[in-house]
Design a protein around this ligand. Structure first.
Ligand code: GTR
Length: 464
């Protein structure tokens, strides 16, 4: 981890300066046609997890060295490296109060990361069960949100973000959040159920770390390390990769996950939170981010990826739904430049997404899919979770069974498939989870109360 100083204090609310911004970039990915036919998935061989390039099979004693090799490959070929060599982290509580008729405590932090190039403020919203105390510290979910902390709950005390936000005719004016956005994503954040379950929840707006737009990306944390150069496109679908100045510099996913680690620095200092029970969770692009955070920062006790798809939990070589080429052209700021080498050439990449999942081992990992979310390739997410199992087994942990994917055909109304301990695979009863968990929920790309209930059950079982 980078050397940094940590300062604490309780202070008054300070406003972050804002920028005047232009309209978001257009997507350069027209002409792409996704494959949704399982029969058209190419034949592929996954890069082995436990076999070195010299042909040696890795045993448990040599896993740490092998892990380092895979971590470096995932970093240099996919996400890129991102760090600040010297910075100051300042965390102040700017507001606290009660929520849910006193069932939850609300704590709002202003986390500021600064160095000689400037400073970046991140609003961190925390809800804790009312009885959380240093005698009874609670496990906590940490996840970034898409639309601002104020969207997470109908709680008028939540501070509005002041950073760039994607246009939304009803809730965002001139790329800035408004009160109209309050609570609009509360279906994704069942705060009442989470605190009733004995867990805390911490969240921050991902745009406070770096705006999710190539034109505005440099307004966030990346500007604090101007030496790091990322090619921000635009790229047309068929643009060939040519060597760039810094092919392994991290993109937004690396920056967001670095931000998650800084938020963890802050949360671990609050004695009401169990420092060794912080779960990193994320949906979709933020599920990719949660996985990279869980891989790079072993302080995260459990990693949960919800509908993370391409560049997340799904096997890229399957090229089912979203592909490496499509994601690199639509979101040129997300990955390192080198990742574009694998546009339509996934089989050339020395790792695939099962390698990423294996980096979480032996810590618990939970991967989830949704039946209508074909763009994210549920079958590919399941297969990668299953493949990562060889590393869990090597480390004496339980893995997903070697079973077929029943994801689509067995889903009935309100029914779900778990991939382990599932009996007939169709009941609502929760199985005994392995160290790797998986479920596919019936329905669209989303993260819902149903998913959160399983996350809590999974976590409880890991800590029984
Ligand atoms: C899509 C993108 C996916 C996924 C999703 C999301 O447009 O293609 O990789 O990240 O956005 O984050 O909702």
């Amino acid at each position: 981890m980078s050397a940094h100083r940590f300062a604490w204090g309780i202070a008054c609310l300070t406003l972050v300066s804002s920028f005047v911004v232009a309209a978001p970039t257009s997507v350069m990915a027209q002409g792409f046609k996704a494959n949704y036919d399982e029969a058209a998935v190419p034949q592929y061989t996954l890069p082995p997890l436990l076999e070195t390039v010299e042909g040696n099979t890795v045993d448990a004693a040599h896993w740490p060295a092998r892990r380092e090799v895979l971590l470096n490959l995932c970093r240099d070929q996919i996400y890129g490296a991102w760090d600040l060599p010297d910075f100051q982290l300042n965390a102040e509580i700017v507001e606290q109060g009660e929520f849910l008729d006193g069932k939850a405590k609300r704590i709002q932090w202003k986390v500021t990361i600064s160095n000689e190039h400037g400073s970046q403020a991140i609003d961190l919203l925390v809800y804790l069960p009312a009885n959380a105390s240093s005698d009874q510290p609670v496990p906590l979910f940490l996840g970034l949100n898409f639309a601002g902390n104020h969207c997470v709950a109908n709680d008028p005390a939540i501070r509005l973000p002041t950073t760039w936000m994607r246009a939304d005719k009803d809730t965002v004016i001139e790329n800035r959040a408004t009160d109209k956005g309050r609570g609009i994503q509360d279906r994704r954040w069942p705060v009442d159920e989470i605190v009733a379950g004995g867990f805390g929840l911490a969240t921050a707006y991902y745009g406070d770390i770096a705006p999710d737009d190539p034109k505005h990306y440099m307004e966030g944390l990346p500007r604090l390390n101007p030496k790091l150069k990322k090619n921000l496109g635009p790229f047309a679908l068929d643009d060939a990769y040519t060597e760039t100045e810094q092919p392994t510099t991290g993109g937004a996913i690396a920056v967001w996950s670095w931000g998650l680690s800084r938020l963890l620095d802050v949360l671990q200092k609050d004695s009401r939170i169990a420092a060794n029970k912080v779960i990193v969770v994320g949906h979709s692009r933020l599920g990719k981010t949660a996985l990279w955070a869980g891989a790079t920062d072993t302080r995260f006790a459990i990693t949960i990826s919800n509908n993370s798809g391409c560049g997340g939990a799904a096997i890229s070589r399957r090229a089912f739904g979203e592909t490496v080429q499509r994601i690199n052209s639509a979101f040129p700021h997300w990955f390192c430049d080198q990742y574009r080498k694998y546009n339509k050439a996934e089989d050339q990449c020395p790792v695939d997404q099962h390698s990423l999942l294996a980096l979480i081992a032996p810590r618990p990992l939970y991967v989830t899919s949704a039946s209508e979310d074909l763009w994210a390739d549920p079958h590919g997410e399941f297969l990668a979770s299953q493949e990562a199992g060889v590393v869990y087994q090597l480390l004496n942990q339980t893995a997903l069974p070697d079973s077929k994917f029943y994801g689509f055909e067995n889903l009935g109304d309100g029914k779900v498939m778990y991939a382990n301990g599932w009996g007939d695979g169709q009941t609502e009863s929760v199985p005994k989870f392995a160290r790797v968990g998986y479920h596919i929920r019936k329905g669209p790309h989303d993260i819902l109360s149903w998913d959160w209930q399983r996350f809590m059950q999974f976590a409880r079982q890991q800590w029984e």
